[in-house]
Design a protein around this ligand. Structure first.
Ligand code: CP
Ligand code: NVA
Length: 320
């Protein structure tokens, strides 16, 4: 059965731990796996398609695929027929005959689901409007490196609680057995179905979920403080209004003072200093954002190896 990674809960708690362990291994031994080239029949190319801009995701996939012995075919926004001249389903049916894996950054989660439903090769969500699960693998790897474990830690996300990162923190954090708190203004908190899915996961893992407008309660005693831009890709026209809306929910000295003194600070980047995060928080001694950025590389390599190994790949079709 082909395994895809469209949302954080596509990995169960044990699988998430396996991918994180493999990521730590590949960080020590970057060339230990050659998933895309080991066997003469294995496909080497990975399609990495962007409908939105990217720095980290683009570079970490390109570098990671190269380190695994493969070849990254990077498709930049507007370069392919997908979405305007050709359906997602037809695109999937073409790509599955040529590539090992499809990585796609896009807007609608439904598009990723359509791609996966029509693809016999793994499809990876490289960010959608709803989730950013690759980022969470990197974040969890980073937290584990700095704190030694994940289960039982309190992780507080502050700011725009209604975006892709908030949803992924809830789902991936609960899967890892963490106590996940999300705080933001009324009307900008995660949707009920995502909260319910995170609570289901937390029941399995011993984690917990708190969604609140009470910033002080959310930040109090936290082991991990995280935030994200207040203006996600596609929301640029709402910029002025959003800057006003979230200003009480910034990751700054006030948040750090309320958190555990040994708390670490994460931000998926790109960051806007002086808005969602203060310069002293992102550039200060508690920040681990550069480790977090680097860990995109190691986490995604592990994810690709894991998905390809779990998915029994159909042999290339022969012509009659
Ligand atoms: N964090 C992240 O996904 O960065 P990019 O948008 O630069 O890929
Ligand atoms: N929420 C942000 C994440 C960027 C990596 C966005 O979607 O633009």
């Amino acid at each position: 059965m082909t395994r895809h990674f469209l949302v954080d809960t596509d990995l169960n708690p044990q699988e998430q731990a396996e991918v994180l362990d493999l990521a730590a291994h590949l960080k020590k031994l970057p060339y230990d796996k050659s998933t895309f080239a080991a066997d003469g029949a294995a496909r080497k190319t990975v399609a990495v398609i962007f409908d939105k801009t990217s720095t980290r995701t683009r570079v970490s996939f390109a570098a990671g695929i190269a380190e695994l012995g493969g070849n990254a075919l990077i498709v930049n926004p507007g370069e392919a027929q997908i979405g305007h001249k050709e359906s997602v389903a037809d695109t999937a049916k073409v790509l599955e005959r040529m590539v090992s894996t499809i990585v796609w950054r896009t807007y609608e989660q439904a598009g990723l689901e359509e791609m996966a439903a029509n693809s016999s090769v793994p499809v990876i969500n490289a960010l959608s409007d709803d989730y950013h699960p690759c980022q969470l693998l990197a974040d969890l790897l980073t937290i584990k490196e700095h704190k030694g474990h994940l289960a039982g830690l309190t992780m507080t996300y502050m700011g725009d609680g209604a975006n892709n990162m908030a949803n992924s923190y809830l789902l991936a954090g609960a899967t890892a057995g963490m106590h996940v708190r999300i705080t933001g203004p009324e009307g900008y908190l995660p949707p009920a179905d995502v909260v319910a899915a995170a609570k289901d996961r937390a029941e399995l893992t011993g984690g917990s979920v708190l969604v609140t407008t009470d910033f002080d309660a959310a930040a109090s005693g936290a082991d991990v403080l995280v935030t994200d831009t207040w203006v996600s890709m596609g929301q640029e026209e709402e910029k002025a209004q959003r800057m006003e809306l979230f200003k009480e929910y910034a990751l700054n000295e006030d948040a750090l003072a309320k958190a555990d003194p040994a708390a670490i600070v994460l931000h998926c980047l790109p960051a806007y200093r002086g808005y969602e995060i203060s310069a002293s928080a992102i550039d200060g001694p508690q920040s681990v954002v550069w480790d977090e950025a680097e860990n995109r590389l190691h986490a995604q390599k592990a994810l690709m190896v894991w998905l390809v190994e779990k998915s029994a790949q159909e042999p290339l079709r022969e012509t009659a």
